[in-house]
Ligand binder design. Structure first.
Ligand code: TYM
Length: 329
């Protein structure tokens, strides 16, 4: 079987952008692959975190993966910090990555502008750790949203560079993105990505939002002039709502235009809100139920960390040998 790797940060409140751009695709295509889904807590501390909150959110995120439909027996669902090979490979790859390459990363520029008082070197080498995550498992495919594209490209570049020096050590991964949902926009400012860190809570639908909040936010969503539900670049607000609707229902944009032909924006916004609500409710319920089952979740954490360690260590040993570290005796 081919290998799939992806990860998510347990920082902030997850949005339907995270769900539709990533998690939902993991569930959709995962069966065809040997899968590794990580809660990437090493990445999280590139921004200052409250320890108790980080720990709590990490557990909630790991549980969410399962609640969203990933089988914890078939998929390796684990904490990045429980597999030390991520940090070790990351160090080695740092020595094969140029400052100039990292300087071009737009996410670093954005994040350092937002965190001017804490531009640490972890934030700068963040993409190298991400490359290590992926390359450690000999990953074939990485399902992510479009905002991770640049990071995926640098991971491929680092892997290719290493291979060209030492022979075929790493599989070079491909990116996977869904047809729709690869970039969900803010409901209040459709030119901006929907984001966990948006100050305006009305712009984002959080995965923890209650039904009435979901409906209210969709009713208030910014729409465009005119009144027809048409999928067009000139109508970024409506286009975004159609994307959300299509990503959940699997319908084509043309079908949606037909479905709402002659109906106004109001009816459409309500329909999207209800669809999102119906989609999130069972996941939320399942997550709550799972969080109570301490023994089960602890078992998943322990077993999967062992499994991830096994595969990651295999690659790490090979790399250590290639670069010239002494053999273990
Ligand atoms: P993170 O935690 O910011 O986001 C998790 C996933 O959600 C996707 N996403 C979106 N997709 C569509 N529309 C949006 N508005 C939206 N917002 C977020 C992201 O593209 C991502 O797929 N660096 C990564 C985590 C990571 C990783 C990895 C991913 C670490 N190592 C290795 C893949 C492979 C991140 O911070 O994602």
């Amino acid at each position: 079987k081919k290998v799939l790797f992806s990860g998510m940060q347990a920082t902030g409140n997850l949005t339907i952008g995270n769900y539709l751009g990533a998690l939902k695709n993991w569930v959709n295509i995962g069966d065809e692959y040997e899968c590794f889904f990580s809660v990437v807590d090493l990445h999280s501390i590139t921004v200052r975190q409250d320890p108790a909150t980080l720990r709590k959110r990490a557990r909630e995120l790991l549980t969410l993966y399962i609640a969203a439909g990933l089988d914890a027996e078939k998929n390796c669902i684990y904490y990045q910090s429980h597999v030390s090979a991520h940090a070790e490979l990351s160090w080695i790859l740092n020595c094969f990555t140029y400052m100039g390459e990292l300087n071009r990363m737009t996410q670093f520029k954005d994040k350092s502008a937002k965190n001017a008082d804490n531009i640490n070197s972890g934030l700068f080498t963040y993409p190298v750790l991400m490359a290590a995550d992926i390359l450690l498992y000999q990953t074939d495919v990485v399902p992510v949203g479009i905002d991770q594209m640049q990071h995926l490209e640098i991971a491929r570049d680092i892997g290719t560079r290493f291979n060209s020096i030492y022979g075929d050590v790493f599989t070079i991964p491909e990116i996977y993105m869904g047809k729709v949902g690869r970039k969900i926009m803010s409901l209040q400012e459709p030119s901006k990505k929907m984001s966990k860190s948006d100050e305006n809570p009305n712009g984002s639908i959080y995965l923890t939002d209650e039904p009435d909040a979901i409906i209210r936010k969709f009713k208030r969503a910014v729409t465009d002039s005119g009144s027809d539900v048409i999928y067009s670049e000139d109508k970024p607000g409506i286009k975004n709502l159609i994307d959300i609707y299509c990503a959940i229902t699997g319908k084509e944009t043309k079908e949606v235009e037909k479905e709402f032909d002659g109906k106004g924006y109001g009816d459409f916004k309500l329909a999207v809100g209800e669809t999102v609500m119906d989609c999130l409710k069972p996941i939320q319920d399942k997550q709550k139920e799972l969080l109570k089952d301490k023994q089960y979740i602890d078992g998943v954490i322990k077993n999967n960390a062992e499994k991830a360690n096994y595969f990651a260590t295999k690659t790490l040993r090979k790399v250590q040998r290639k670069v010239g570290f002494p053999d273990r005796v």
